[in-house]
Ligand binder design. Structure first.
Ligand code: GTP
Ligand code: MG
Length: 195
């Protein structure tokens, strides 16, 4: 059989990208999506307008396909709003997710780090799905990554991955770290199911 005919497993994975206002959630999905991103943004009307002029109100939607010899994974990515007046969408988007990324922009100050900790608590109370923390604009700020560690608490399950949401390779790497976690969780679940 030639290479093109070889059987590959196809897995479909639902990924939620959450985090505080202006963390880079929409940016991350836009950087790596292979389809035009469906983004639901509106003008920022309150004091947050000093930070940026648009914010997500419902969700972002994008897709990334990852292939190797044995597997083809289709990652469907759902970005949440960051402003907590839209937080009802967090629970809606989290329904049936296989894993999630908590994005935090390390240049947005202490309040943003604390907000991220609250959102992570909300998600961990709602779901046992695997997750990672994307420390956006974090590849050159080790001291801020350390600060994020302190704010999120010393928990071995909290894995922080420094990244740059605007850079394709960095953004893709972040999704790959999550994908590996999701696949190992699915494999563990399968073992439990057959034993
Ligand atoms: N230089 C730089 N700018 C970034 C990076 N990530 C995001 N930004 C900028 O930071 C701002 C926030 O990005 P968004 O992607 O809109 O953030 P969000 O998390 O979707 O925000 P909400 O939907 O409002 O909660 C935008 O102006 C981006 O252009 C980054 O890695 N580097
Ligand atoms: Mg957004």
């Amino acid at each position: 059989m030639d290479g093109a005919m070889r059987n590959v497993d196809v897995v479909t994975i639902k990924v939620v990208v959450t985090g505080p206002f202006a963390a880079g959630k929409t940016t991350l999905i836009s950087t790596i999506s292979e389809i035009p991103v469906l983004a639901t943004e509106t003008s920022v009307s309150d004091e947050s307008a000093a930070t940026k002029d648009h914010t997500t109100v419902t969700m972002d939607f994008g897709k990334l396909t990852v292939k190797d010899e044995e597997m083809l994974a289709e990652l469907y990515m759902f970005g949440t709003p960051g402003q907590d007046r839209f937080d009802f969408m967090w629970d809606v988007l989290a329904e049936g997710m296989d894993g999630y990324i908590l994005m935090v922009d390390l240049s947005r100050g202490e309040d943003s780090l604390r907000e991220a900790a609250n959102i992570l608590e909300h998600f961990r109370n709602m779901s046992d799905a695997p997750f990672i923390v994307g420390a956006n604009r974090g590849t050159n700020q080790p001291e801020m990554v350390e600060r994020l560690h302190e704010v999120l608490g010393a928990d071995p399950q909290v894995e922080i991955v420094p990244c740059e949401a605007t850079e394709r390779e960095s953004a893709k790497q972040l999704l790959l770290v999550l994908l590996i976690k999701v696949l190992s969780t699915l494999a563990d679940d399968a073992e439990v199911a057959v034993s």
